[in-house]
Design a protein around this ligand. Structure first.
Ligand code: FRU
Length: 458
């Protein structure tokens, strides 16, 4: 069945059909950006995982490639799970987890690699090392990098036998013999029961450890999604351990739908994609695009920058290529309301004076409330399964100065204060023609810019 305009995302990476989840294998190879993603081409359930593949020369316009990896060997027969990529000796290497359900029902995982000369056809290399002792079968999502000495490092998420989450680190000099160095980040506390999709981002002054812990209990306005993705700022040591003066864990995105992000570095920029979903199973099964044979999307690419130890996520400047020539509108926030020119829009609000509460209602479906006293933003949507209103809230460090909102027919990404916080979410409206944006600005002052964006589907 074809995707309808009602909910299709036209400038995000979506699956052609079937289910998409995590971004995988981000790489720049042969003059192109490569994005792979967890893909079930056979249906909209979490089964038959393969790696889908798209390429781009500008990170905005994507071209689909044939499926890159699919189950074929004894060590990956029940799914090609997540992992990263590296480029070495003019070859593109993919690292992934082979998922296996044995005939006796026992489940196993294998950390594997595959290699390609043309960036399109991959030769599987097979499992890289034995399953680590002291860990359950939940070991997955290898991410590899090379250090300045030329050594290779691989981190992989896992669950210890005491049911706590952890990340293991391995070292290699030749990409084939890997030696376990123990826990990447030594900790005694229980912080979730499994850590998925670990990643390390290197900056001059600090390093950042990103991971997706499962099973954190909700605390105040934090950890409200079924699973979280967040980061700790610290230092990557020569021994391969993450240590130093560590920050607390902070969620990367404060919206309803963000999980399992992955980053890559290209020309001194660190770029991250996430999976735009953090739904529980029931909510996921109720997503209306399932009727059209597809589900989920990746987020837009964000540049990650560290300013005085604080992580910012900025929409890539390349996304301005999406702006349709001449199709932009300017106005005052006191105008009361706008009619969106289409459902592919970038909506920018800049405040020049903000002393009172502010409210914005997008398509009569998503409401953004600013509380001036708290300097907090609350984003409301209606849950499409329960029909109940639900919210996510973040208190800002800096006074609210602006929001850059990427609107699609069924997704929003709200970048606050140039990336100090981001809210990513899906929403599904029955009245798919609804195009209003209503503003209650009080005596606040500021400017609005609306850019109509063009469609560039992968
Ligand atoms: C995260 C995740 C990964 C796993 C993949 C399977 O969403 O559970 O840990 O490799 O999805 O699709």
């Amino acid at each position: 069945m074809n995707k309808s305009d009602s909910y299709n995302l036209k400038y995000h990476i979506t699956p052609p059909y079937g289910l998409l989840n995590d971004p995988n294998g981000l790489a720049f190879f042969n003059h192109q950006y490569h994005v792979f993603y967890q893909w079930n081409p056979k249906g909209t359930e979490h089964k038959h995982k393969c790696w889908g593949h798209v390429v781009s020369s500008d990170l905005v316009h994507w071209q689909r490639k044939s499926v890159a990896l699919e189950p074929s060997e004894w060590y990956d027969k029940d799914g090609i799970y997540s992992g990263g990529a590296i480029v070495h000796n003019e070859q593109l290497y993919l690292f992934y987890t082979g998922n296996v359900v044995r005939d006796d029902g026992v489940k196993e995982s294998y950390q594997c690699a595959a290699v390609s000369e043309d960036g399109e056809h991959f030769q599987k290399i097979g499992p890289l090392f034995e399953h680590p002792k002291g860990y359950t079968r939940h070991v997955r999502d290898p991410k590899v990098w090379r250090d300045h000495n030329g050594d290779w490092w691989l981190i992989v998420g896992g669950q210890r036998e005491d049911m706590t989450g952890d990340t293991l680190i391995y070292k290699s000099t030749d990409l084939s013999n890997w030696e376990c160095q123990g826990s990447f980040f030594e900790h005694d506390n229980k912080f979730g029961y499994m850590w998925e999709c670990p990643d390390v981002l290197n900056f001059a002054e600090n390093d950042i450890f990103v991971f997706s812990p499962q099973g954190l209990p909700e605390v105040g306005e934090y950890y409200k999604n079924p699973n979280q993705s967040g980061y700790i700022v610290g230092k990557l040591l020569e021994t391969g351990k993450f240590s130093g003066n560590l920050s607390d864990f902070k969620e990367l995105d404060r919206g309803f739908d963000f999980y399992a992000p992955q980053s890559f570095r290209v020309n001194d920029r660190i770029i991250m994609f996430g999976w735009m979903s953090a739904m529980n199973e029931e909510t996921e099964r109720a997503v209306p695009t399932i009727q059209e044979g597809w589900i989920h999307a990746l987020t837009l690419p964000r540049e990650i920058v560290l300013i005085n130890g604080v992580l910012y996520q900025k929409p890539l400047p390349e996304l301005q290529l999406l702006r349709l020539d001449g199709a932009h509108y300017k106005g005052n926030i006191r105008s009361g309301g706008w009619l969106l020119p289409s459902l592919q829009v970038e909506f920018i609000v800049h405040f020049s004076m903000l002393t009172q509460n502010f409210k914005m209602i997008i398509r009569n479906a998503v409401q953004i409330d600013y509380n001036s006293e708290e300097n907090s933003l609350t984003v409301w949507r209606t849950n499409w399964l329960t029909n109940q209103k639900e919210y996510r809230k973040a208190t800002l460090t800096n006074r609210l100065a602006g929001m850059q909102i990427f609107i699609e027919s069924s997704s929003l990404e709200i970048f606050v204060n140039e990336g100090e916080e981001v809210f990513s979410l899906r929403y599904f409206l029955e009245d798919t023609e609804q195009r209003s944006v209503l503003l209650e600005a009080g005596d606040n002052e500021g400017e609005i810019k609306i850019y109509q964006l063009h469609e560039c589907k992968a």
